[in-house]
Design a protein. Structure first.
Length: 590
């Protein structure tokens, strides 16, 4: 898969050839980072398996491989340890070559996928009439990082925000607006239009009406029936309801776009559940005629249970008994829409772990119907964001925290932290604000993404907006420091030159840079952005060590000076790339 081989890849080739010479498979020569960096840089454990195959002593096999590896210019030292482990110490030459490659490559030595795929990413998933709150933050931040990563690896990604704009909530809201403003033309079935261009409700109104309506719908059965009827009428095209619904969507979208801009997140498609609607009749016909959909208690369903199921697996409901389309139907319709318009080879749904069953049902239905195969549909679940008390994040008075307020809070803390650290004091007020916002976004994204996706995590604003420790602001500051170093070097006319690794801290930095490929592969294959965060942090740490041990601008030897500057610039480039994949934008100064 790698065109641009990292050191482990190059060593694997050399070790693989040695195994082949012994009549064994090349794959036994797989080399990876050493578990004991104090003893070796890399290790290969294939001799044990190889010995078993040949009925020989593993140390004997290992010794032959070691002898062959010693002939490689990449290797400074190589020895057998224990029962047949092979420990490898890299040569300065090998490190220098790899460092030069990374420094010269605009992708910082990263590999790309051999066969790019068309990938759909479904994330965001905000709901119309609801302001974006902290609960939707994870989907947005994780999804955005994955779209950046997959694009960087060479895939062709189409991201879709998939708004929740079509369910029962819409009928509930229509009825609530009707109660409050009964005289509006939207409710008059004999009205022939045109409908007002101005929305009768603001986002604040929607925020107030929505919980009111859903509360009533839950407790009052008569009201619930009315809401279901209104939902069905909306879906079947009643003009007044459609016109009012369009206002709900537009009003909501203004806020969503503002939040996206503030977070630096973009989507290719702003589609919603409603866009699945036109596909439903053909799906029902198709699945009916093939005996896949059945009419059951007034609803069209598709059974998805399997013999081997250990848990209950209810059927999906394509069209419910009111003739309306719910969450299952809209997701299956969306699959057909995407198959026809994009024909994806992989679809990733970045949605709360609590929806795992829903996706399992929908994916099975899609597979049964022969639309998109189950193995090309993946639900990437994530845990909840909790407050410092370990419970789902709430405002002080117990409400859900709106994302806009949350970002404003983070901006405030970032501004205060910058003042404390005396950062940004020599730039204009406007630039200061811009930098503080970048710090805030870095804090939010890094704290979210650095956790293993599937776990819950505790969000602690004070801790994450800190320039110390494993935080976004720490890495941002590290990158800015190199940027300013680069500016000073340019001003002094110092130029980067060939990299020659001498100090331990320089070795460690090159090895950290070389770790990029492995981190990319792990994050890409597992769809786990925290691996990128780990790499960014390891790189930041290695750079600190290097910066402390290897002075650059005050170094008197011009060759060393040029080499160190080259290493610093290579680090900056990779740090900016990896932070970019996390969705973090590095300011020029602080
Ligand atoms: N709107 C949904 C919610 O808030 C999330 C949508 C996720 N995407 C999907 N294709 N179902 O729960």
């Amino acid at each position: 898969m790698t065109q641009n081989k990292d050191l482990a890849g190059l060593l694997s080739d050399a070790a693989g050839a040695a195994f082949v010479a012994l009549g064994l498979e090349a794959s036994l020569g797989a080399v990876r980072r050493s578990d004991r960096p104090d003893l070796a840089d890399f290790q290969c454990n294939g001799a044990m398996a190889g010995a078993k195959k040949l009925g020989k002593n593993p140390r004997e096999i290992a010794t032959s491989v070691v002898d062959a590896l010693k002939g490689s210019s990449l290797v400074a030292g190589c020895e057998v340890a224990g029962p047949g482990f092979i420990n490898i110490k890299l040569s300065a030459d090998g490190l220098n070559k790899r460092a030069a490659e990374i420094a010269a490559d605009e992708r910082s030595g990263a590999w790309t996928v051999e066969t790019p795929r068309r990938v759909v990413m479904d994330f965001g998933g905000w709901n119309v009439a609801k302001e974006m709150h902290i609960g939707h933050l994870r989907s947005t931040v994780i999804g955005d990082s994955l779209q950046r990563l997959f694009r960087f690896m060479g895939d062709s990604v189409t991201s879709d925000v998939h708004l929740g704009d079509w369910g029962l909530q819409m009928g509930q809201l229509i009825n609530e607006v009707k109660l409050e403003q009964p005289g509006l033309p939207y409710f008059d079935a004999s009205f022939t239009g045109p409908y007002p261009e101005q929305s009768p409700v603001t986002m604040d109104d929607l925020g107030r009406l929505y919980p009111l309506a859903s509360g009533k719908s839950k407790t009052d059965e008569a009201r619930r029936n009315e809401d279901r009827a209104a939902t069905q009428e909306l879906q079947s095209g009643r003009p007044g309801y459609r016109a009012l619904w369009k206002h709900f969507c537009n009003v909501t979208r203004v806020g969503l776009e503002r939040e996206c801009k503030s977070l630096g997140v973009t989507f290719d498609l702003w589609k919603g559940e409603s866009d699945a609607e036109p596909f439903i009749p053909q799906i029902v016909d198709d699945l009916k005629s093939r005996g896949i959909s059945e009419f059951d208690q007034g609803a069209w369903i598709v059974r998805v249970a399997r013999e081997s199921d250990k848990k209950e697996m209810p059927p999906i409901i394509l069209v419910n008994r009111d003739g309306a389309i719910g969450y299952h139907g809209s997701d299956l319709g969306t699959i057909v829409d995407r198959k026809q318009s994009i024909d994806p080879q992989l679809s990733l749904y970045i949605v709360d772990q609590r929806q795992a069953l829903h996706f399992e049902q929908v994916f099975r239905a899609s597979d049964r119907a022969g639309y998109l195969p189950e193995k090309e549909l993946e639900h990437l679940g994530f845990g909840t964001v909790n407050g410092p008390d370990g419970k789902p994040f709430k405002t002080r008075d117990g409400g859900t925290l709106k994302l806009q307020a949350f970002i404003a809070q983070a901006d405030e803390v970032a501004t205060a932290r910058m003042k404390e650290a005396e950062l940004g004091s020599d730039v204009s007020e406007a630039e200061q604000q811009d930098i503080a916002h970048k710090v805030a976004v870095a804090a939010i994204k890094f704290s979210d993404l650095s956790n293993v996706r599937t776990t819950n995590y505790i969000f602690d604003l004070e801790r994450f907006v800190s320039f110390e420790g494993k935080t976004g602001p720490y890495l941002l500051y590290a990158a800015v420091r190199v940027k300013s170093l680069a500016r000073r070097a340019a001003a002094e006319g110092v130029k980067a030159g060939p990299i020659t690794v001498e100090l331990d801290a320089e070795r460690a930095l090159v090895l950290a840079l070389d770790g990029f490929n492995d981190a990319l592969r792990g994050a890409y294959e597992k769809r786990m952005p925290h691996i990128l965060c780990e790499h960014a942090y390891a790189l930041g740490q290695a750079f600190s060590g290097f910066y402390a041990a290897a002075p650059i601008l005050v170094e008197s030897d011009p060759v060393k000076k040029a080499s160190r500057l080259a290493l610093a610039l290579a680090t900056l480039k990779q740090l900016e790339i990896v932070l970019g994949l996390i969705g973090i934008d590095v300011p020029d100064r602080m």
